[in-house]
Ligand binder design. Structure first.
Ligand SMILES: Nc1ncnc2c1ncn2[C@@H]1O[C@H](COP(=O)(O)OP(=O)(O)O)[C@@H](O)[C@H]1O
Ligand SMILES: [Mg+2]
Length: 370
């Protein structure tokens, strides 16, 4: 009896929270959510289902990847609108399961140069799939915005650094500045590519900025939903801003989860999601699978633009010390120590240098908590 009532309550709460995630409430604004589950647990399926639920009500953006997943949407040719940078040439290959051959297929691609070009062409009834450019450097305006909002100075060299992932930061910035209040949802499968756990240099500054603008995104009616197989692979600064966490079968709960039973996700059946919402509680909802496709879709991106100069990424120890100190001042010693451990684990710094950095931080930076 008690269990049944418990189950009914979880289902009711789950429906309520799912509804909150996919509905447009101007007083609430955009939503930020992270879906966690191991490989094969249904993350991409759920993200596509959410896309279907949002399409028509919002402008839905999907990050394009080499191994496409958008073709798993029923009737995808009618529903998908593809964007690529003007210097990237996309080629699509259909890989039928079990076949030895890749068949090239034609799909219309819309070209963009700036995020604004994309904003003008977004369609509400479609899944707008954006392939990030092979190379991208941020604008001076964004650098100034990061300085203004987060107090982080981006130097000349970083301004000319080129990396695909930087595009998304510029895109978010341009979305904040857009002169309209359309509802926009950005769905990022495998979001740890975009917001990795231990970024360094410019990537770190940009991610710190995203943390600082999380509220502005919501106020600007921007929703961000990502998936990851291991939540700790996503920058905790950004993770901590996610209002909703969704766990599928086998997922690891966040450390500060409201759910006491850490094994709960292990008992979830495929097709059942556990959703928790900061301040609102948790519940369960179900989602069905998509029709199986008998082929994969591979997308090859070829850069035809000017070749960026290849410079070696030789970070001087001094700049790392500087970065660690800044983290310590801004976010506390504990965070800085964790960053040092991460840098060491990544092989960015030697154990000896890590030890020395820790010593310096502890002696130089006043402890925040008494
Ligand atoms: N709700 C569901 N019910 C039954 N099978 C599902 C469900 N969701 C996903 N699946 C199946 O599980 C497999 C993996 O799904 P996928 O979404 O690709 O997982 P992930 O992205 O987590 O690796 C697919 O074959 C998919 O059809
Ligand atoms: Mg997947």
């Amino acid at each position: 009896m008690g269990t049944l009532r418990g189950k009914a309550m979880l289902a009711r709460k789950g429906e309520e929270l799912l509804n909150k995630l996919i509905s447009q409430d101007p007083t609430f604004g955009g939503r930020l959510a992270l879906i966690t589950a191991p490989q094969g647990a249904g993350k991409t399926t759920l993200l596509l289902k959410l896309a279907e639920a949002l399409m028509g009500n919002e402008y839905v953006i999907w990050r394009g990847r080499d191994l496409a997943q958008f073709h798993r949407l029923p009737d995808w040719r009618k529903k998908v609108k593809i964007f690529a940078h003007k210097h990237d040439e996309l080629t699509f290959y259909k890989l039928e399961h079990g076949s030895e051959y890749a068949e090239e297929i034609q799909i219309k691609v819309h070209k963009y140069e700036t995020p604004e070009d994309i904003l003008k062409q977004l369609e509400k009834d479609k899944l707008n799939v954006i392939f990030e450019p092979s190379f991208y450097s941020i604008s001076e305006e964004l650098a100034l915005e990061v300085l203004r909002r987060s107090g982080l100075r981006i130097n000349k060299k970083q301004l000319s650094e080129m990396k695909s992932a930087y595009f998304w930061f510029e895109f978010l910035y341009r979305l904040l500045l857009r002169p309209d209040r359309r509802w926009i949802s950005i769905l990022i499968d495998e979001i740890d590519d975009t917001f990795p756990e231990t970024p360094t240099g410019l990537q770190w500054k940009l991610q710190a900025w995203v943390k600082d603008i999380a509220k502005d995104l919501r106020k600007a009616f921007i929703t961000l939903i990502g998936t990851t197989h291991t939540n700790t692979h996503v920058d905790w600064k950004i993770r901590s801003k996610m209002q909703a966490r969704i766990y599928l079968s086998g997922a690891q709960l966040e450390e500060d989860s409201l759910i006491n039973d850490k094994e709960f996700p292990l008992r979830l059946a495929i097709g059942t999601a556990l959703i928790e919402w900061y301040g609102l509680g948790f519940g369960l909802f179900k989602f069905s699978k998509l029709p199986e496709k008998n082929y994969d879709l591979l997308v090859q991106k070829k850069w035809l633009g000017p070749i960026p100069t290849l410079t070696e990424d030789k970070r001087r120890e001094g700049s790392i010390a500087e970065m660690v100190r800044r983290v310590a001042m801004k976010e506390g010693i504990e965070t800085a120590l964790k960053l040092i451990d991460d840098l060491k684990a990544q092989g960015e710094i030697t154990p000896r240098w890590a030890w020395e950095l820790k010593r310096r931080i502890k002696s130089e930076v006043p402890s925040k908590t008494p």
